[in-house]
Design a protein around this ligand. Sequence first.
Ligand SMILES: [Zn+2]
Ligand SMILES: [Zn+2]
Length: 452
Amino acid sequence: MVETDNNPRRQGSATRTKTHISEQPITWSNWYKHINWLNCTFILFVPLVGCICAYWTPLRLKTAIFAIIYYFNAGLGITAGYHRYWAHRCYKATLPLSIYLAAVGVSAGQGSIRWWSKGHRSHHRYTDTDKDPYSVRKGFWYSHIGWMVIHQNHKRIGRADVSDLDEDPVVVWQHKHYIKSAIFMILVFPTVFCGLAWGDWRGGFIYGGVLRVFFIQQATFCVNSLAHFIGEQPFDDRNSPRDHVITALVTLGEGYHNFHHEFPSDYRNAIEWWQYDPTKWMIWLWKQLGLAYDLKQFRANEIEKGRVQQMQKKVDKMRSKIDWGIPLDRLPVMEWDDFVEQSKKKALIAIGGVVHDVTGFIKDHPGGRAFIASGVGKDATAIFNGGVYRHSNAAHNLLASMRVGIIRGGCEVEIWKGANSKGMVEGKGVEIVQQAGGQVTRRVPVVKIDEA
Ligand SMILES: [Zn+2]
Ligand SMILES: [Zn+2]
């Protein structure tokens, strides 16, 4: 990936007075102008040539081991360096660590720290919008690689502040000498190292240089594509970021992306000890070695808030699909005398201030016809709630399906109805929070959740 100046004035005379090339439809006569040929060369053509050359280049064990070790170092340069240190300031690094991360980060061929961090901060600020430089809403392949191989209108991309990076001498130096340092770290260093150490100049170039950088680029691109495409959303499902172990395995632990977008300044992406986040482990190790300090971590309480809210959202959604009986606020209010009078014609029972018509249920009552018949025309709240038999939760739910009215002055039900009729309509589910899991007829609290 190479930084390019997409100033529309440099797109040729045809576009000088027109809109930016990215705003124009792709046609047979202009398709080649849409392609960012420089980026294409470095992220597609060179690796392709490398793959072809690898066919005639024997892979020696030492070179393979070197390429893998160098791969992980380059990966850490991006994940622990570019991403968590510079783009998000998740921790502080001493100068030696900072220089190491900038050097191995260059070898991943993903532009300078400054350019990378600017795009990434914009991605976090404008996730999934048109201002997101690699929005997954434009398609998987666009977020993976399309945004680099097709010209972008840089004026469209959301602004992000990188003034803090401009005060970091390592970032400034690396940005200024990017091309030189990239050529050296991507190609020259692995070639010379393998050449001088065990005489494998060609293998060092192909495996340690070209193919290694290709794989590390594709792995990093997965954070923009795969991490917004597959997995769970335990903290917030309004945007696309997702948590998935496969993405984590590919990206040195960056796959817990739903968490990361919620808590971007946390030095961890995985918060459980058993989740794969080697980047986090390395940052922790550097801390033990005195190379990193001030590791930022969100309080567990804040993290749990998000997790519980998301769980509640899912539960509310499930709840809204279930019939909980006629919503209380839609039931007619009855005088007690009317209730008694009507009970002579049909089997009405008042429980918890709610009137239920059990006419069709008497014969099916598991406790026998006699017990239920004895409650007709009466307030059976106490009997139903343990006076005679403590009915199950399922029984309360079944009872709710038979409710037909509310007794005026019938305990707190009428008060509840008055206070909650505006937003708390039972049956709509989503608005109901405190009613979830319980029926108004139920009078014996089983467990006090906040004390449990
Ligand atoms: Zn993201
Ligand atoms: Zn990030």
